[in-house]
Design a protein around this ligand. Sequence first.
Ligand SMILES: [Zn+2]
Length: 268
Amino acid sequence: MRCIFCKQVSDASKSVQHIIPESLGNKDLILPPGTVCDSCNQYFAIKIEKPMLEMKYFQNVRFRNQIKSKKGRNIPYKTLFPHKEGGWFDMYLLDHSLAFSGDDSKIISLIKDQKINKMMFEVIDQPLFPTANVSRFLAKTAIEAFALKAEGKSSLLNEIIDMHHLDSIREYARYGKGRFWNYNQRRIYSEETRFEDPVHLPESYEILHELDFLIIEPDMYYFVLVIMGIEYVINCGDPELDLYKHWLLENDNRSPIRRFSERIIYKN
Ligand SMILES: [Zn+2]
């Protein structure tokens, strides 16, 4: 077995690879040990995913959607109580209550005595754009999405490893080689959106994340990733997005990932 990034033999590797970080609620999109070797896995965890999860938007989105960390912890967020005895606190949203870090007795009694009737925290709608961090995360995730489509078949995995037109994006993800890869970022639905799709599913549902490829010309793959309503698109062949932008114009700006049978039934 070989690693889809560094192409080295990876039979001894033990870690599964989460295509989207566990800390963003991903439990099912994973690759078995060795698909990404332990050393590439470690590299991505420390150099790409950790700094990305520390971006203000991702902290904020995890807080407001109560997505727990890998270790099951709730994510705190700086919250302001506008009162002379109030101030800034790290607030945790728990299932049916609130908690604050440090000595919170004063703030709790102020709330109980109804002296404080307002608390404020920032809502950050989208990640800072564009950043090298998100761009390299998308490059990494695109290569892993190819491997996911191979469903563990070694002949297909070998094909992906030997696709030379994917080497630039592979090396950009793993080694930061070459120039910055452009990507597109936009919100396509709110975090609270519910969907229904009578053709595919009987019940209404929410979408945490989804991914697919848009193929505009043969061998020209655009990777499309949606996390909590924000769509990110990167070209797997080169750092430019011209054909995709043209495709958007011709398709009324619809998202390539939305199924025609799928309808929005509720949104904020
Ligand atoms: Zn590797």
